[in-house]
Design a protein around this ligand. Structure first.
Ligand code: CDP
Ligand code: CDP
Length: 222
């Protein structure tokens, strides 16, 4: 590639964003920024401190006073919450099922977006989330809207949890994904939606390698 690109990848849960974004960043020597991990880290703190999820003012203040860092340690991308490694914990289903409620608070988003823009300043970044192409990095060189059928996305998340040894039910996972997507799409601030200039990629019938190749081809064309 002739220059360091800024690549934004948005889409619903289980579309393959983080898996694909991470591989693309490795292949291009770019940094990968997982914005969902930031909302998850804050949500973990909210749950651990037994905050009232309805108290938006308190959640906003908490976001201002929380230190969230994404650091690369060899192959791994670590998530630090107030200096503590929470990389594994933020994937718990309890966090997944509460994160959208925290992420719809305007002040929370303001704080996270500020951090995300700072991290992307250098260029040569792949950032994934829900509002990257629309709000966080509207001038991104490449915007991808990655999606797949809800059945496929639920199946992927199910397989992942089964692999981790968790006892889960496919229909329940599907219901949780539908609920989370619904909150993300219908919130007032920065809802999940396709940017006008995004390229739509349906991954329902594609494996990870095929999606990576498709996006790298798009990068070559730019
Ligand atoms: O990986 P998964 O699709 O389960 O979700 P994630 O990317 O880790 O994001 C978790 C949640 O954080 C989403 O469901 C959104 O509620 C929120 N989020 C957001 O609001 N904006 C972003 N840019 C990224 C995540
Ligand atoms: O970040 P997001 O929620 O969009 O999805 P992910 O966490 O990257 O992917 C969810 C799961 O689906 C992972 O276990 C991936 O390995 C898997 N996946 C897949 O099977 N086929 C794809 N084309 C993309 C992801």
């Amino acid at each position: 590639l002739e220059k360091d690109l800024v690549i934004a990848i948005d889409g619903p849960a289980g579309a393959g964003k983080s898996t694909v974004a991470k591989i693309i960043a490795e292949r291009l020597g770019y940094i990968y920024i997982d914005t969902g991990a930031m909302y998850r880290a804050l949500t973990l703190k909210v749950l651990n401190q037994a905050y009232d999820l309805e108290d938006e003012k308190k959640l906003g203040t908490l976001a201002e006073n929380t230190d969230i860092k994404l650091v690369k340690a060899g192959e791994d991308n670590l998530v630090l919450l107030d200096g503590e490694d929470v990389t594994a914990e933020i994937r718990d289903n309890k966090v997944s099922n509460n994160v959208s409620v925290v992420a719809k608070v305007a002040k929370v988003r303001e704080e996270m977006v500020k951090l995300q823009r700072q991290m992307a300043q250098s260029g040569g970044v792949v950032m994934d989330g829900r509002d990257i192409g629309t709000v966080v990095l509207p001038d991104a060189d490449i915007k991808i809207f990655l999606t797949a059928s809800v059945e496929e996305r639920a199946q992927r998340r199910y397989d992942e949890l089964i692999d981790k040894g968790e006892d889960v039910d496919l229909e329940q996972i599907k219901g949780e994904i539908i609920r989370r997507d619904d909150i993300d799409k219908n919130r007032e601030v920065a809802p999940l939606t396709e940017a006008e200039d995004a390229i739509y990629v349906d991954t329902t019938k594609l494996d990870i390698g095929q999606v990576v190749e498709e996006i790298l081809n798009i990068c070559q064309e730019v």
